[in-house]
Design a protein around this ligand. Structure first.
Ligand code: A3P
Length: 322
């Protein structure tokens, strides 16, 4: 049985209390430095359970991302592709009546509670299973890295990611943890302190893996997807090796997929205008502006200089740039 004993729960609690902690953008006040990433406390137990109990299947598909990089969009696109045989109709698609976060779960979140039941429902999911994660590559359960399951990663320009995170976490921050100012949050972000950060090691972990194992990890950028969705969605389809046409014109199907997941379309759906996810996040907060370059409205010249230098320093020599 996977059920955690009281003893285990106490040990995990003690471990959490022993970890370095700091305030940064993310849910639940303090973040804890665990396995070299800043773990939000609400999913600490879930991360450990995910690592210890999750069994990947070779045909699993994971979407991975640093928060606020386009996860919702990638979940939607991948859901439509992976399930095209099951849900071929774009007029009556589950995405029209469910938010992408209701259709694609994060195991590190759901395994925080009712472990045994969640493990059973994960193992009973229809195949191929589509799941999501914010965990950095080195912290993924071994069965994911060792099996043949596939991972699609999305990253985003660190300037826009920060602004998106600032707007999002300010809206959902709890009364018990007074909000950071924009300047304070920026300093933390520059030091890598945001849930699941540092952002640079998060993207580099998946970037390097996508180079050494291109059949395992497909690396996408939010900006590229915005600029040439047809090209990049075709890459996703090829990478997943999923049949999406049955005598239909594949370009037309790809255009329909893109259209179904378009920012304006999703933002306007009733299902995404009201209601909450995980009892805390209003669905509408996942759809803000959906634009490239909104950061220009937020950053002072010295902030631009500082973050540009960090990007240069941290990514230099990796081949990854923005
Ligand atoms: P902005 O805050 O810049 O508008 P995540 O899904 O990882 O939380 O990322 C959220 C960001 O993705 C938000 O960016 C949000 O507006 C944008 N987004 C959500 N759905 C999108 C879609 N279908 N197409 C493009 N961007 C989308």
């Amino acid at each position: 049985m996977a059920m955690a004993s009281d003893k285990q729960a106490n040990e995990e609690n003690e471990l959490l209390l022993s970890l370095p902690k700091d305030r940064g953008l993310g849910r639940g006040g303090y973040l804890h430095l665990f396995q070299d990433f800043w773990c939000p406390p609400f999913c600490f137990q879930g991360v450990i359970n995910f690592q210890n109990h999750f069994l990947a299947k070779d045909n699993d598909v994971f979407v991975a991302s640093f928060p606020k990089s386009g996860t919702t969009w990638l979940k939607a696109l991948t859901f439509v592709i992976v399930n095209h045989q099951r849900f071929p109709s774009f007029e009556h698609h589950p995405l029209l009546s469910s938010n992408p976060h209701e259709l694609v779960s994060f195991p590190e979140f759901i395994l925080s509670h009712n472990l045994d039941d969640q493990i059973i429902s994960l193992s009973n999911m229809s195949e191929p299973r589509l799941l999501a994660t914010h965990l950095p590559f080195p912290s993924l359960p071994e069965s994911i890295t060792k099996s043949n399951c596939k991972i699609i990663y999305i990253c985003r320009n660190p300037f826009d990611t920060f602004v998106s995170a600032w707007e999002f976490f300010t809206k959902i921050s709890s009364v018990s943890s007074p909000a950071l100012t924009f300047e304070e949050a920026f300093e933390k972000y520059c030091n890598g302190i945001m849930g699941f950060g540092p952002w640079w090691s998060h993207m580099l972990g998946y970037w390097n893996e996508s180079i050494t194992r291109p059949n395992k990890v497909l690396f996408l950028k939010y900006e590229d997807l915005k600029e040439d969705a047809v090209f990049h969605v075709k890459r996703m389809v090829e990478f997943l090796d999923t049949p999406i046409t049955q005598g239909e014109d594949s370009t037309a199907v790809i255009e329909n997929i893109i259209n179904l997941c378009r920012f304006e379309k999703m933002k306007d759906l009733e299902v995404n205008k009201s209601g909450v996810i995980d009892n805390i996040v209003e669905k509408k907060n996942f759809f803000r502006k959906g634009k490239i370059g909104d950061w220009i409205n937020y950053f002072s010249p010295s902030m631009i200089e500082k973050l540009s230098k960090i990007i240069e320093e941290k990514l230099s020599g990796s081949g990854l740039s923005f």
